[in-house]
Ligand binder design. Structure first.
Ligand SMILES: [Zn+2]
Length: 350
């Protein structure tokens, strides 16, 4: 995950060495590209009115520009086959409106400054970073000095799902029904559910959860998952790791500004708390967010488009405050903003 960073001349680039996995000095603006930026992408809504889109690597496949006629033909073919739902974002960019160019001298000079360390990636506010001279004076400038922590990238998708299932079962003392598990993980569609189903049986074989009814049980009732004591032990361990990650962030970045608190309850009482993180942000500046609804024993992380991304949970018998939930959510990154809401997210079951 990268930040989008602005140069003093206004040019957008991707993160510097502290926020990309390869340690590249100044990266391409594409969200998941760690290549060095070498060119400028321009958007030309009409001739003589050029917008500078950002610095990109030469090969970024998402940014490949194709002849307008080809792009038009591909769009027509796609719409004919898939109708209105055809996903235009996957098409190449039309050379009628998009082009690459070399850096200007001014742009190149600023990028050279990054390379020699005269400009460093500087935190401004959640999701907003700029390149500034090191130890930049002025209010609100906080240099983030540690590499991006990857709670996600360390694990394969299978291991991540295993961790999520175990956490959610731990959060339901009376057993968790299969249907609700699928819903909490946003995996209700059959294809998305299958890996969850496989994971539950794998966890059961390893003695971490119990599945009832057993396959040979004559009684017909919904499939339910319960924790074993070995399962609880492992879930506790995962939770401790999460807390340690949160502490790591706080120790490494003691100079981050105070958490911004926003009250969106309109006086009707807080039911859901939402958190934003300093560096879980997409190329367009959209923020991932975590939510916890009072009465639930888990906190979930969502992409900016509100798709499920991760979950951390605790045993129901523990009394929790929003502060302790926030501490746990800190595993995903340093918290920058906290919003109280009356509206429940996601919408409650009906
Ligand atoms: Zn790229």
């Amino acid at each position: 995950m990268q930040n989008r960073v602005k140069l003093p001349c206004g040019l957008s680039t991707g993160s510097g060495p502290r926020f990309n996995s390869r340690g590249s000095l100044v990266t391409c603006s594409a969200a998941f590209c760690d290549n060095e930026a070498t060119h400028i992408l321009e958007f030309v809504p009409r001739e003589g009115n050029t917008e500078r889109w950002g610095a990109y690597c030469e090969n970024c496949p998402e940014r490949r520009i194709a002849p307008a006629a080809e792009v038009d033909a591909a769009r027509e073919r796609g719409s004919r086959l898939q109708g209105q739902d055809f996903d235009l974002t996957r098409l190449p960019l039309s050379d009628e409106h998009w082009r690459y160019r070399e850096f200007t001298d001014e742009e190149r000079a600023e990028i050279e400054q990054i390379k020699v360390g005269a400009l460093v990636e500087t935190y401004i506010k959640p999701g907003v970073f700029e390149w500034h001279p090191p130890n930049g004076q002025g209010q609100g400038e906080h240099q983030v000095t540690e590499p991006h922590f990857d709670w996600f990238e360390e694990l394969t998708p299978e291991r991540r799902l295993e961790r999520q299932v175990l956490q959610l079962v731990a959060a339901h003392d009376g057993g968790l029904e299969a249907q609700r598990l699928g819903k909490l993980l946003e995996r209700t569609h059959r294809n998305a559910w299958e890996p969850v189903y496989d994971t539950t049986w794998d966890l059961a074989r390893r003695g971490l959860i119990e599945v009832s009814p057993k396959p040979d049980d004559p009684e017909v009732k919904p499939c339910t998952y319960m924790m074993t004591s070995a399962g609880h032990e492992l879930a506790d361990e995962i939770r401790e790791q999460a807390r340690a990650r949160g502490r790591y962030w706080r120790q490494q970045q003691p100079d981050l500004p105070q958490i911004e608190e926003i009250d969106n309850t309109e006086g009707r009482g807080e039911r859901t708390v939402t958190w934003h993180f300093h560096n879980l942000v997409t190329a367009s500046g959209s923020l991932s967010f975590a939510t916890w609804t009072r009465g639930e024993h888990f906190v979930r992380l969502w992409t900016p488009e509100a798709a499920f991304r991760d979950v951390l949970a605790w045993r129901p018998r523990r009394l929790v405050s929003s502060d302790s939930v926030q501490e746990l959510a800190g595993a995903w990154g340093p918290v920058g903003r906290r919003i109280s809401r009356h509206r429940i997210f996601p919408a409650p079951d009906v």
